[in-house]
Design a protein around this ligand. Structure first.
Ligand SMILES: [Zn+2]
Length: 122
């Protein structure tokens, strides 16, 4: 598995970055203690702003968590000695694909099949 050592390092770095971003998002999302006094209209607008900010933050966190799951899965595969093999068919994942997306767990054809199935479900 030495051939993937570089990608493994990349994944570990990616994981640390994702954890950091999640942490940051959590810290930023703390409700602010000081509220600005203003006209009733101004206040209402502010509250609406906060609600959409919260939604955005939750959507971002959701994406970060999804990516983190993928990265962690790839790290587990590396430790199990199956890194670079497709989760679905067991074939080697194309090297170019791994270099572009180190956390890829499916080969191109399985990935294409999966997205087709997902589209069909909707
Ligand atoms: Zn496959």
């Amino acid at each position: 598995m030495a051939e993937y050592a570089e990608l493994y390092e990349k994944l570990k770095k990616e994981k640390a970055e994702l954890l950091e971003k999640l942490e940051q998002s959590r810290t930023l999302g703390q409700p602010s203690m000081e509220r600005k006094e203003g006209s009733p209209f101004g206040k209402r607008e502010e509250e609406a702003d906060e609600a959409s900010e919260l939604e955005k933050r939750l959507a971002l966190e959701e994406r970060l968590r999804e990516s983190l799951k993928e990265v962690e899965h790839a790290l587990e595969k590396y430790e199990a000695g199956t890194y670079g093999l497709c989760d679905s068919c067991g074939q080697r994942i194309e090297e170019g694909r791994l270099e572009a997306i180190p956390q890829a767990s499916l080969c191109l054809s399985c990935k294409a099949k999966q997205s087709k199935e997902m589209k069909g479900m909707r």
